[in-house]
Design a protein around this ligand. Sequence first.
Ligand SMILES: [Zn+2]
Length: 192
Amino acid sequence: MQHDRFHGRIAGQPRHCQAPGCPEPGEFRAPGEQRPGFDGPGDYRWFCLDHVRAFNAGYDYFSGMSQDEIVAAQNPVHGWERETRAFSPTAGIDGAPRWRDFADPLDAINQRYRARHPAQRSDGRAVTPEERRALEVLGLPLDANRTDLRSRYSQMVRKYHPDRNGGDRSYEQRLQEVVEAYQLLRKAAAFS
Ligand SMILES: [Zn+2]
């Protein structure tokens, strides 16, 4: 088996491109149905260059993966994951954060996910990315109700307020975040 490390081509394979009706040899591999993980390296699908490009362009590699699976997929031993868009040298250019912008890869994954997806509560109401961040500030789950919101808010104000801490103002920044988070969520549709 011959690897071309610059293009990801693996020549000399007796495979055909898996794109329907394509007669070209399948010399480029893309992630398959079976994700890499603790059970093994995962499987691949094989395409010609044009079709692997089309596949990469339309495929969100992290879609449907748990955080553990995403972290496992970052393992360099799997090789091709490093070729994906999120890890490419140009990943930061279109405004998307690069992995090295984050101390913890999970922060990057969380942020990437939140930035794109409003969440849905079990009551069907949508929660915007800003509202999700506010819920995190207050340490509340996505399905918190208005009563939870009010009681957590008053609990955290008591905890961080200088009047309750012998005039200690070191929690001022935290208190400010709590107040802003509450102001945002109080007016949010999900809590009306
Ligand atoms: Zn093809």
